[in-house]
Design a protein around this ligand. Sequence first.
Ligand SMILES: [Zn+2]
Length: 173
Amino acid sequence: MPFTPIHLGAGLALKAVGGRRFSLIGFGLTQIAVDIEPLLGLIHGWDVLHGRSHSLLGATVIAAAVTPLTRALGPPSLRVADRWLAAHGLAGWCEPPDIGWTAAAAGCLLGAWSHALMDAVMHADLQLLWPWSSAQPFYGIASTTDIEIVSAAAALAGIAVWIARALRRGRSA
Ligand SMILES: [Zn+2]
């Protein structure tokens, strides 16, 4: 199923670790971009849903395309969010609206690779190492439930760090 939130757990945890050096917007946009292929496959009844976009090579190409998009769409989105937060007395939650190339690329690349790796465990039609190999070294090594639990734990940890930082900034503002 394309566009599941299961992939966002890793993004929230990475944001907690990377802070301003990691764009969560880039990570999120990449999740959508990578899953356009399976969405089209479901609509058109393709045999392979997780094709080129879910190989490491294809995911890297998608990340490279989404990185400038993140730089274009991220700052205006953050400015709108920051205005809303400030107007509601939540200035401590505001994020600086500038997204550097490094942060955008980190968010997109880690988003694309984590997405492909996670899906490689769950989907039998996915060839992670295309075009060099059709091997499926990760398929079936964990259940979907295991992945959902780890993803939810990562999301909760990331959100906890995010809240702690916002509360600290709010106190010092
Ligand atoms: Zn996918």
